[in-house]
Design a protein around this ligand. Structure first.
Ligand code: HEM
Length: 259
């Protein structure tokens, strides 16, 4: 039986014979979407191009298409996501000088920030509003990428990296919610972790992993603090680096008529 070949946007062939062939080639396509092996440069021109295209030698690209420079191409949403993350890291480190993650002190320390610390209210509000902004802007950035078709090959791996960034951003927002240790924070985390407890098979384990106990208390506050201040920012920084490196490897931003 002959099967009609249909060219896909990446230039590879897939068939209309069902999911089978697509699934068989999936591991190979996934591997190639992450690691593209370029042949070794053979002459002076190719050698200088290899240096100019190297992400680590030229973090801002040596050459960009004019379409990339138009404000309406991206609305700057990816960069705004990055800036909000940097504001959160700087203001978060300053907040760490005052905050103590124990049930006895956490709430009082937040009150001190509002009443006794110079510019404390400003610092806390800056952190809070930047956190809300980051969640909103990352969503808008994702919508922009999807609506311009930039999630399709050859950028499918970067789309997955982006999804990882979205999950980490939401996780950072969730873990930060408990830290003021007021009624709103406490009950939000009671409800949130109870919902996690309803996950099939591993629900109780996930809930215990998050709380370190059966109730929201001292252990939960310490875990959320470490996740919020150390683990998640480190993972976000690493994935942002990977995200930017992939943009360069994928030949810059997607543009109509080319990808
Ligand atoms: C911390 C979160 C994120 C940061 C800092 C970030 C940063 C960026 C930046 C600076 C760009 C260059 C273009 C632009 O400014 O729009 C970009 C492009 C891109 N981002 Fe993100 N991003 C984040 C989250 C996401 C998410 C959640 C997704 C999707 C699930 C995503 C998928 C992509 C893709 C596919 C591109 C290439 C777009 C193109 O070729 O037009 N990113 N990102």
């Amino acid at each position: 039986m002959s099967v009609r070949k249909v060219p896909t946007p990446s230039g590879t062939d897939s068939t209309r014979a069902g999911l089978g062939p697509t699934m068989r080639t999936l591991p190979r396509r996934l591997w190639r979407s992450i690691f593209r092996s370029n042949p070794l440069p053979r002459n002076e021109l190719e050698r200088s191009q290899a240096v100019a295209n190297n992400f680590f030698f030229h973090i801002p690209s040596a050459k960009v298409h004019e379409h990339t420079l138009r404000p309406a191409t991206t609305f700057g949403l990816g960069l705004i996501s990055l800036y909000t993350f940097i504001i959160l890291c700087v203001s978060g480190v300053l907040l760490m000088f005052y905050y103590v993650p124990t049930p006895e002190q956490a709430y009082d320390r937040m009150l001190d920030l509002r009443g006794a610390v110079f510019f404390g209210t400003f610092l806390r509000n800056l952190h809070r509003w930047a956190a809300h902004a980051m969640v909103a802007v990352v969503f808008l950035h994702m919508m922009r990428v999807f609506l311009t078709g930039a999630h399709k090959p050859p950028r499918e791996f970067n789309w997955l990296v982006g999804l990882g960034l979205l999950v980490l951003t939401l996780a950072a927002s969730f873990t930060g919610y408990l830290l003021p240790w007021d009624q709103l924070a406490y009950w939000a985390i009671v409800v949130g972790t109870s919902i996690a407890g309803y996950a099939p098979l591993v629900g109780d384990e996930i809930r215990f992993f998050l709380l370190g106990d059966d109730v929201v208390g001292r252990e939960a506050l310490l875990r959320f603090y470490v996740l919020h201040c150390v683990v998640l920012p480190l993972f976000i920084s690493a994935l942002v680096g990977l995200h930017f490196w992939r943009i360069r490897k994928d030949g810059g931003l997607a543009r109509p008529g080319r990808d």
